[in-house]
Write a protein that binds this ligand. Structure first.
Ligand code: M90
Length: 329
């Protein structure tokens, strides 16, 4: 068995990727942000304060004949951007891309932080990280993919995110036609709940890869490519108008600049992010100053290959073999 779901960028800056998920009987369809950087499936619900839920699609367990309260269970999560949410837990049928898990922990939000209130394009997150990262207490719950893995043709999923186009999350199979190059595999470290891996080196503008390894995580829920300051500086030294903008909290440059590509080695292959994907978006509508898709990871303390990097590749999240596969697109 397999599943295949389309995913779409939330706005002109590809800030988030939205995938529709069916929950309950009859199906309640919610737009969720699939996040390999976390391990909770949580939703805006009938239990979310009305003022916070305004503008969001919500899940009502009372309207689902297959919903069951997981008594005594609660959850609470804080993300890298300091956004947060918390609440109680139901189990219900959850279908993604035609594949159903009959009893999935659906975490209902009784509290959401301001960022989520304002982010009306999503009604919650579907975590695709390792189960060890789940926040439900007293007993941690499994992710949708973890519950599905044993019934899928293969215990893996792929992410094919695109710039301003529809992409896909495929479950249980690899559609190699989505890639131009071979898939390079490297071990994945799930001990922290993330999909951790090590890139063997990097280069700017098509130069030969150096041997400076980069350890980080493959994270569909993070917009940017966040790396060490020395790598970020090595890149922007090639961008004449680049400067750090305090108000933007990042490096900005003239939108008219022709940005160099950024490449990294992984699993014996090289992934090259074209400069166009790093020229992310004007700092505000109509501005000729653009915000960089590559920024420093210093504040976070972990390197994150977010959507800017993932858009250049077909990425295989292979739970069965505890490995990550990257193929140039
Ligand atoms: C490097 S962790 C920062 C990262 N959140 C982002 O990437 C947000 C995503 C967003 C949110 C709302 C609107 C638009 C974009 O976007 C930005 O932060 N930016 C994009 C826009 C840009 N102008 C400024 C920078 C993050 O917490 N991800 C988590 C999932 C995320 C939570 C917020 C809702 C969307 C999903 C997750 O995978 C990683 O959790 C952790 C990482 C490291 N330790 C702890 C947690």
């Amino acid at each position: 068995q397999t599943g295949s779901a389309n995913t779409n960028p939330s706005d002109s800056a590809d800030d988030e990727y939205i995938t529709n998920v069916s929950i309950g009987t009859p199906a309640q369809v919610l737009p969720l942000d699939f996040d390999t950087g976390s391990s909770d499936l949580w939703v805006f619900s009938s239990e979310t304060p009305k003022s916070s839920a305004s503008g969001h699609v919500t899940y009502s367990p009372s309207k689902s004949s297959t919903a069951k309260k997981l008594s005594g269970a609660s959850w609470s999560i804080t993300y890298g951007d300091h956004s947060s949410s918390s609440g109680d837990v139901y189990t219900d049928k959850v279908t993604v891309g035609g594949f159903s898990v009959s009893s999935q922990a659906v975490e209902s939000a009784t509290k959401v932080s301001t960022q989520f209130v304002q982010d009306t394009v999503i009604s919650g997150l579907l975590g695709l990280g390792f189960d060890v990262g789940n926040t439900v207490k007293p007993r941690a719950q499994k992710t949708w993919f973890s519950n599905a893995a044993n019934s899928l043709a293969q215990p893996l999923f792929t992410a094919d995110l695109k710039h301003q186009q529809t992409g896909s999350y495929n479950f249980g199979f690899i559609d190699t036609t989505l890639a131009k190059g071979p898939i390079g595999y490297t071990p994945a470290d799930g001990s922290e709940g993330y999909w951790g891996f090590t890139a063997t080196g990097y280069s700017v503008g098509g130069a030969k890869l150096n041997r400076n390894s980069i350890t980080g995580i493959a994270d569909t829920g993070t917009t940017l490519l966040l790396l060490d300051d020395d790598v970020v500086n090595a890149y922007y030294n090639n961008v004449e108008s680049a400067q750090y903008d305090d108000s933007q909290q990042g490096v900005v440059f003239d939108c008219s600049e022709d940005l160099p590509s950024f490449s990294f080695g992984v699993g014996g292959t090289t992934i090259t992010i074209p400069g166009s994907l790093i020229n992310l978006t004007p700092v505000s509508d109509g501005s000729s100053t653009c915000f960089g898709g590559l920024q420093s990871s210093a504040d976070i303390g972990i390197n994150i290959f977010g959507d800017v990097a993932l858009k250049a590749a077909l990425v295989v999240f292979d739970l069965g073999n505890e490995r990550l596969g990257w193929a140039q697109k």
